[in-house]
Design a protein around this ligand. Structure first.
Ligand code: GLN
Length: 580
């Protein structure tokens, strides 16, 4: 039973990795909670641009682990990469802190600093994330691998405990807003004549970034101090040292340890990457750098790597079939993350602009609303593992792809509920916070059906010599999901405050969006300057008029993905050749 298994002694090193990852996720999610609001409010970007940047940033954070894993395996070892990655992320947060301190006097410097900071964090995350996860696996010798599911459940809780703490502290000190609705129901006027229902302290974000940076430093120090004593084999030998010192006892005799691709296949892969890059770039169109460079890099890398592995001639028929299952699942997972990761962009903007965030008498900061995800994971990770365990004993445990189809269905349901709750809000009605909490509850159940399950499915299906590369493909599908999350998040229609803001500028935004009035060049300039849209967003030919239609995009995408995946499960089961 799971309860007993949790009580089984786990190596102390697991708790060191738990603590290190907890502080790192504090840093990552805490910063992420306030990032888009900072870009919009302090750096004066438009919400759709902030969504694209957010998607590109997250996507790249899941692309660089390929590099971090490779460098650790060949050169530096896991430990050094974790320390390096931790220090880089802390440095990145410090730069965000500086950016958020100087934007008032030097906007262009502040903007450049953000690019550098995000770049450093992307590479820092690439060094940190794959190496800490693979160290969890290496704590357990071959005969104890059965404890791994529980170990990863515990680790996943560490991740989310960190996310929870980060999304608690960083918004409290960084996203400071006061509601100043006057007693007569009107809104307080600002000196420059614009009205807002709430005033935000746009200089407070820096404290959130500073807290994130301090958290990362704590995590790095914890790991540095405790690693030699606890992150060791049962015999006390250090784990994750330099690659030459690692032994290969985990491999069967005669089994190739690493994939060796021929020069020819590497050249073909390179050419395919270039062709795919330009092809995707052409299809996506537009001029935005994120859309024309970053997203195509992410998509093209995923497809190229997948092609490179599957074309390897050493694969047996069964191995190849199992890898195809990984690819099919990885493809569907893209839609999940695209919908799920609206948390830090469009859902935060909606929480900010069109939500009554009164939570038991307290006005919760908009950036904190996503905290419910981490909180619910910590609460439900163990019950979910127990549920699978029980179903397993009864011989009724669904296959992994089936669980993932359930995950996709749940996300579709979560957006369907919220879509119907925003339907009649109009431009000034407020969404009750309980609906966002319900959305995060359902999405967390979906995450627990899909995310940890997917990770262990890859582990089970991948031939050992391709395991890390196939994890790479799987992470790249996460990355692609994030890129898609950015594209879809940018479809957010004008909400709440925006109509008021335009009214104060003498423009009826609704009429402009409905094309009832054609704005003059001057009016367009005014709208642009005030970060307001001049037309409704369009997605594959459909115009998104309101939040209802925006949410329905996710219902339709995830709903269709779920139905197709359900239909495919019998075939996938066959192709898994005996693995569940
Ligand atoms: N929330 C988890 C983490 O941060 C999983 C994210 C993912 O796999 N895309 O590690």
């Amino acid at each position: 039973m799971m309860e007993q298994q949790i009580k089984i002694k786990h190596p102390k090193g697991l708790w060191v990795l738990f603590g290190t990852e907890m502080w790192e996720r504090f840093n990552f999610y805490g910063m992420r909670a306030i990032l888009t609001l900072f870009l919009v409010n302090s750096l004066l970007m438009k919400e759709d641009d902030a969504s694209l940047i957010y998607g590109g940033f997250l996507g790249l954070c899941y692309l660089t682990p390929m590099l971090g894993g490779f460098i650790a395996d060949r050169f530096f070892g896991n430990r050094n990469c974790i320390l390096l990655g931790g220090l880089m992320m802390a440095a990145g947060q410090l730069l965000l802190f500086i950016s958020a301190s100087v934007f008032g006097s030097n906007l262009s410097l502040a903007t450049s600093l953000v690019w550098i900071a995000l770049g450093i964090i992307i590479f820092g995350n690439g060094f940190f994330k794959p190496n800490i996860s693979s160290m969890v696996g290496s704590l357990y010798p071959k005969q104890e691998k059965s404890k791994l599911d529980v170990a990863f459940t515990i680790f996943y809780m560490g991740i989310n405990l960190g996310a929870f703490l980060g999304q608690l502290i960083c918004p409290i000190i960084g996203d400071v807003k006061n509601k100043i609705k006057l007693p007569d129901g009107t809104f307080k006027m600002l000196a420059d004549g614009k009205t807002f229902d709430r005033l935000r302290d746009i200089h407070a974000f820096k404290w959130g970034f500073l807290a994130a940076g301090i958290a990362m430093l704590i995590g790095t120090v914890v790991f540095y101090v405790l690693k030699n004593k606890y992150v060791v084999t049962p015999e006390g030998k250090p784990l994750g040292g330099l690659p030459s010192k690692n032994d290969s006892s985990d491999f069967e005799e005669g089994e190739a340890q690493k994939a060796n691709f021929s020069l020819q296949s590497l050249i073909i892969a390179l050419v395919s990457f270039v062709v795919l890059f330009f092809g995707i770039r052409y299809i996506m169109g537009g001029t935005n750098v994120i859309k024309t460079i970053i997203y195509p890099i992410i998509y093209a890398s995923g497809i190229t790597l997948a092609g490179l592995i599957i074309s390897d001639t050493s694969l047996t028929k069964v191995e190849r079939q199992r890898i195809i299952v990984i690819y099919i699942v990885a493809f569907f997972v893209i839609f999940f993350w695209a919908a799920f990761e609206q948390a830090g962009s469009s859902l935060t903007f909606i929480a900010d602009n069109q939500t009554d965030r009164n939570f038991f008498g307290w006005n919760m900061p908009a950036s904190m609303v996503q905290i419910f995800n981490g909180l619910f994971v910590v609460a439900f990770a163990v019950p979910f593992s127990m549920l699978w365990e029980r179903l397993n004993k009864a011989g009724k445990e669904p296959t992994s792809p089936f669980k993932q189809a359930i995950g996709l269905l749940l996300v579709a349901v979560s957006y369907f509920i919220i879509a119907y709750n925003v339907k009649d809000l109009g431009n000034s009605g407020l969404l009750a916070i309980k609906w966002l909490i319900l959305l995060y509850l359902i999405q967390t159940a979906a995450e627990l059906c899909l995310s940890p399950i997917g990770l262990s499915l890859v582990g089970k299906l991948a031939p050992k010599r391709f395991a890390s590369l196939l994890y790479g493909v799987f992470f790249l599908s996460n990355a692609s999901g994030y890129a898609l999350a950015g594209t879809l998040g940018a479809l957010i229609p004008a909400t709440g405050d925006k109509f008021k803001k335009a009214q104060d500028l003498g423009i009826n935004l609704q009429d402009v969006l409905d094309k009832k009035i054609i704005p003059t060049a001057d009016q367009i300039a005014i709208l642009n300057k005030a970060q307001l849209p001049t037309s409704n967003p369009v997605f594959v030919g459909f115009e998104i008029h309101n939040l209802f239609e925006f949410f329905m995009v996710f219902v339709v995408l995830c709903g269709i993905a779920s139905v197709i995946l359900f239909a495919l499960t019998p075939f996938l089961k066959k192709m898994m050749n005996g693995i569940k």
